[in-house]
Ligand binder design. Structure first.
Ligand code: NAD
Ligand code: TYD
Length: 341
């Protein structure tokens, strides 16, 4: 069956990986990417699919109602998967406002467009951070879909607000929605402001590796392709109105990840510098993925030991991609390639 899927935020880390996954898993589907190309969006990431006749790109802000309605009017999509977001906790602590506009208002505008033009499914890509954090001394505790929302940062609060709106649109307007709440992702095209790519890039440049606090915070890491497969399963077989937690039981302390990266790259641990802790820093995230496993048969396929090696190799083989981000050159890519089209 043919389907037209709008993927927002597809020039970012997970959205781009999802586009590659969908174009290869469903060659008959049409994929329409909407991305505002903020600092986190990099169109060069999508260069291999730009000429694919099943792919189309729109540069647009999801909070721009007029523009979004115009795109829906033209495209009449069957499914919308919303990845577009401001996604970095540290930036949300410095300046929350854009997080409210993109993550909350943008979600509302997309869902209003879905109501206006009709849709088979609206899928919201959310995060385990909406559940707040778990204590380090209770390894028996995990986030389930019933764990109360209890956010810590402006980022997680904006994502939780969006989730509540999504569920309200389902109950009030009958919008056919699903939500996934995933743990920390890692893999190719991860923007080098986040822990793993930042440490790889800094280590390769022999620069200090800034670990917040004592580095004891725990995150539950999932290889990005496993997250993409989970969303694929949810949009095809997930139950409307439901939330699905996604995570692979792979909890690691930040400091252990940074040491592992040093080891893999043959760099000295003396590069590690302990810096002032993040304000309100969540201690531990840990997902219970029982529901998505039982209902949709999802299981992670990539073990962390293999995934981190693949990821490091990708950053070694694709130096230009992240060096252009660090130098700022990537921001000229759109103008250079598409400015006169
Ligand atoms: P990212 O920051 O790498 O990419 C975000 C993309 O959204 C960028 O391409 C950016 O240009 C685009 N964007 C931002 N504001 C926009 C706007 N107003 N209109 C249109 N496009 C806009 O983020 P990511 O890590 O790929 O995360 C994608 C989604 O997954 C986010 O919703 C995030 O909350 C969620 N998530 C991320 C993780 C993770 O570990 N990275 C884990 C769970 C959930
Ligand atoms: P991050 O990749 O920003 O993801 P999130 O905060 O959404 O989980 O950070 C992952 C962990 O790494 C988090 O505990 C903060 C920590 N961290 C550092 O110690 N140093 C850094 O430079 C960064 C970016 C993060």
């Amino acid at each position: 069956m043919n389907r037209k899927i709008i993927v927002t935020g597809g020039a970012g880390f997970i959205g781009a990986n999802f586009i590659f996954h969908m174009l290869s898993a469903y060659p008959e589907y049409e994929i329409i990417c909407i991305d505002a190309l903020t600092y986190a969006g990099n169109l060069s990431t999508l260069k291999d699919v730009m000429e694919n006749p099943k792919f189309k790109f729109y540069k647009a802000d999801i909070a721009d109602r007029e523009k979004i309605y115009e795109i829906f009017e033209n495209e009449k999509p069957d499914v919308v998967v919303n990845f577009a977001a401001e996604s970095h906790v540290d930036r949300s602590i410095e300046d929350p406002e854009i997080f409210l506009r993109t993550n909350i208002l943008g979600t509302a505008v997309l869902m209003d467009a879905c109501r206006k033009y009709g849709i088979e499914r609206y899928h919201q890509v959310s995060t385990d951070e909406v559940y707040g954090d778990l204590p380090l001394d209770r390894p028996d505790l995990f986030f389930t879909e019933e764990t109360p929302i209890h956010t810590s940062s402006p980022y997680s609060s904006s994502k939780a607000s969006a989730d509540l709106l999504v569920l309200a649109y389902h109950r009030t307007y009958g919008l056919p929605v699903t939500i996934s709440r995933c743990s920390n992702n890692y893999g190719p095209y991860h923007f080098p402001e986040k822990l793993i790519p930042l440490m790889i890039a800094n280590a390769l440049n022999d620069k200090p590796l800034p670990v917040y606090g004592e580095g004891l915070n725990v995150r539950d890491w999932l290889y990005v392709e496993d997250h993409c497969r989970a969303i694929d399963l949810i949009i095809h077989n997930g139950k409307v109105g439901e939330v699905y937690n996604v995570g692979g039981h792979n909890e690691m302390k930040n400091i252990d990840i940074v040491k592992l990266i040093c080891k893999e790259l043959g760099k000295p641990e003396s590069l590690i510098t302990y810096v002032t802790d993040r304000k309100g820093h969540d201690m531990r995230y840990a997902i219970d993925p029982t529901k998505i496993h039982n209902e949709l048969g999802w299981l992670p396929e990539t073990k962390f030991a293999d995934g981190i090696k693949k990821t490091i190799k990708w950053y070694l083989d694709n130096r230009e991609w992240w060096e252009e981000i660090i130098s700022g050159e990537y921001r000229n890519y759109y103008e250079k390639m598409y400015g006169n089209r």
